[in-house]
Design a protein. Structure first.
Length: 729
């Protein structure tokens, strides 16, 4: 079965709906047609979403269904989810979970994703929550569907239900195998609705036939051949392309605009609504040329901070601290320390830089608005659009095609709101696709941050106290998992602000906050190990009591072929550990440093990850490899330069992403933990890359890097400092 044989039914270009906006449950079922539909409302699924950040348009879960599965008269199974596909793989793993519980072949399961008319409400796709948060509800719906089918088959075959077996979409009596009936035959001519009220018993991992097996992603062939459609690929008859006037800096206000010259271009429409000015045409290049004719004057606020002064600014305006975790009296711990080490760790703003820029197509027809958008948050977008154009929520439908990367950057949907406003103003379908310059300007960057650490070890090399403060990034990954008798971790501000902390919009960036916190913690742990004259792996193991972390660190070291040596050993080996989204992860890297140029070549990375039960090992491996590759960017080059509200990096000529020539040999090790529920696998590996590369550079050269990204200039400066004033660690 080729990957293209696995359908994804998200009606990317159509507007037909089996459920009209605002329809009742009964109307919905009538339009859906015959078959069995199981609705699930699981309170523990909502609880699993705890910690999801508030977004524009977010609502509490309604007293409605969270998931449902339909079995049609043809025997095909369709699962419906408000989650979206942006490269992380639920288009494959979710159908695997359904196929497993329903006892059907994977190729008979379709999936509808991110369509607000067809799918149950969802808070958004982020935080590695799809498999661990939504998966249980979907599995429960499938298990309930199988139980219903067994009941129906029992009535039809006149055999007790507990005597029947379900297999490959058929139900039969093992004592008389000829007595069998298909799922399609059982549902034909019927419309059956069931609501899950008791959580069903789910299959044990040992019984799995589909889940837990490596499967090639079903969207792979469409994506590599260009068949897959993204929001910018969609067209509607009579569609206009829009270009929007942008300010030169964040915080700038429009004083005046002269659009007369733009209006002289044949076929151009100009929309002016306060400071919102857009130029539209049937050809995108003509719209762009006409926009260039608009003469605009802005009031730009004076620059108060830039990429060099931002860290002092963050410390100066930091809001009150929140205690994340603490144990024991720090004063007592400091008194027990034989040696004490304090340091500060910095990281700059980082852009999301997804290859697909924000795009949306909006159409208003018959009092209904349909928006196709590259978004991680279709239901939040629906509410935003409804508010912006004055429509009722039930009169707005959002359809999410494939999303070309998000990483947290497509949780906000300005481009779609712009398209909807312009569609209403012009009476025609409108597409807004941001240029790369607009993408950088409007991005919600990973926040710059400062981490201050004061820690000490006793004469035996055991950590006795740990005092940790993170400013600007948030507390994800900040809590200490090493065993330290006296410790305190505090956080001030996060990736949502508060207002005034950051000079422009910031937001979630893959494992938000954890990249910052892991870089600081693991760098300082490494400093302590070097000061104690101990091997960095052995030092960490001596401070660990958590069996899961011990297991992944040992797995990484064993696979790497680690031999003990205190740093700097001049081998160029680095170690880092971390936790994220319920998963444990450890990495070891080998690097080569060109001291004259300050360049770093990461030659090899071994990453061990324990993420509970793994639904698709192939998908999990791909995600780990992607995290490692993407993480090289924030570790070595990615940094947003700015002056006040003016963004100085607006394209890849100055903002450098990882290149193919950088990619090291990557060895992914999945540590089995099938006794645990599935945990998040899409983000954990990325949190280690800053720390593991920094520690490897120190091992190679004796220079300690304390600011991300570790550019050649910073590496050369650290090397010079290490030569002139060597210090332990």
């Amino acid at each position: 079965m080729s990957p293209t044989s696995y359908p994804m039914l998200n009606l990317q270009q159509g507007t037909d709906s089996v459920a009209s906006p605002g329809s009742s449950r009964r109307d919905f079922l009538k339009r859906l047609g015959g078959g069995l539909v199981v609705f699930v409302v699981l309170g523990d699924w909502a609880a699993a979403q705890e910690g999801a950040r508030p977004l524009p348009g977010r609502r509490e879960l309604p007293n409605d269904f969270n998931a449902f599965v339909r079995i049609g008269e043809d025997g095909r199974v369709t699962c419906f989810t408000g989650k979206i596909e942006m490269g992380q793989g639920p288009i494959t793993s979710l159908p695997q979970m359904v196929a497993e519980e329903l006892e059907v072949p994977l190729e008979s399961v379709d999936i509808v994703m991110g369509d607000t008319d067809l799918c149950p409400f969802d808070m958004g796709t982020w935080g590695s929550m799809t498999t661990r948060g939504f998966g249980p509800a979907l599995r429960a719906a499938a298990a309930e569907a199988k139980a219903v089918l067994l009941e129906l088959a029992s009535e039809t075959l006149k055999v007790p239900a507990d005597q029947l077996t379900a297999e490959a979409g058929m139900i039969f009596d093992p004592k008389a195998p000829a007595r069998r009936i298909s799922y399609g035959e059982l549902t034909k001519g019927q419309r059956i609705e069931r609501h899950l009220t008791v959580k069903p018993t789910l299959k044990d991992f040992a019984q799995f036939k589909v889940s837990g097996k490596p499967v090639l992603r079903r969207d792979a062939r469409d994506k590599v051949t260009g068949k897959a459609h993204y929001a910018a690929d969609l067209r509607q008859p009579g569609m206009l392309y829009a270009k929007v006037l942008r300010p030169p800096a964040h915080g700038a206000t429009l004083k005046r605009a002269d659009t007369a010259a733009a209006r002289t271009v044949a076929g151009v429409q100009v929309i002016e609504d306060g400071e919102f000015i857009a130029v539209l045409h049937e050809l995108p290049d003509v719209a762009e040329q006409a926009l260039a004719k608009v003469k605009a004057e802005f009031d730009v606020p004076p620059s108060m901070v830039n990429d060099r002064t931002i860290f002092d600014h963050l410390v100066h305006v930091a809001p009150p601290v929140k205690v994340v975790s603490q144990d024991g009296d720090l004063t007592q711990g400091k008194a027990q320390a034989a040696r004490r080490f304090a340091g500060s760790y910095l990281n700059s703003y980082v852009a999301h830089s997804a290859m697909e820029t924000h795009a949306a197509l909006a159409k208003i027809e018959g009092g209904k608005a349909t928006v196709w958008a590259s978004t991680q948050n279709p239901f939040g977008l629906r509410d935003e659009v409804a508010h912006a154009i004055g429509f009722a929520i039930e009169d707005v439908r959002v359809i999410t095609p494939f999303v070309g990367g998000g990483f947290g950057g497509k949780t906000f949907n300005l481009q779609a709101v712009e398209a909807a406003r312009l569609a209403k103003a012009t009476g025609r379908p409108v597409q807004v696709m941001w240029s790369r310059e607009e993408e950088f300007f409007n991005d919600t960057f990973r926040p710059a941050a400062v981490v201050k650490i004061d820690a000490g070890i006793d004469s035996a090399g055991k950590m006795v106290f740990w005092d940790y403060e993170v400013i600007g990034a948030g507390d994800r990954g900040a809590a200490q998992f090493y065993t330290i008798p006296f410790h305190r971790t505090t956080a001030s501000g996060n990736f949502n602000g508060p207002p005034g902390l950051h000079p422009f919009g910031v937001g979630a960036w893959r494992a938000p906050g954890n990249n910052t916190n892991t870089f600081a913690r693991e760098s300082h742990i490494d400093l302590l190990a070097a000061a104690a004259g101990m091997d960095p792996v052995e030092f960490r193991l001596r401070q660990l009591a958590d069996p899961r972390m011990i297991r992944v660190l040992k797995a990484a070291a064993e696979h790497f072929g680690w031999t003990a040596a205190a740093a700097p050993s001049r081998r160029g080996y680095g170690v880092a550990c971390g936790t994220d989204a319920g998963s444990y992860v450890a990495a070891i890297a080998e690097v080569a440093v060109d001291a004259n140029k300050g360049n770093v070549q990461v030659k090899r990375v071994v990453c061990a990850q324990e993420m509970g039960m793994v639904i698709n090992p192939e998908g999990a491996t791909i995600q780990m490899e992607g995290c490692i590759t993407m993480g090289l960017g924030y570790a070595l080059t990615e940094e947003v330069h700015f002056n006040g509200g003016a963004i100085l990096d607006t394209n890849f000529d100055t903002y450098q992403l990882p290149r193919f020539s950088w990619v090291p040999k990557i060895e992914s090790v999945i540590v089995d933990a099938n006794d645990l529920p599935p945990q998040g696998g899409g983000e954990p590996a990325i949190i280690l890359m800053g720390a593991v590369v920094a520690n490897a550079i120190h091992d190679a050269t004796g220079a300690r890097l304390v600011q991300l990204p570790m550019t050649p200039e910073r590496i050369k400066a650290a090397l010079a400092q290490a030569r002139s004033a060597p210090t332990p660690g």
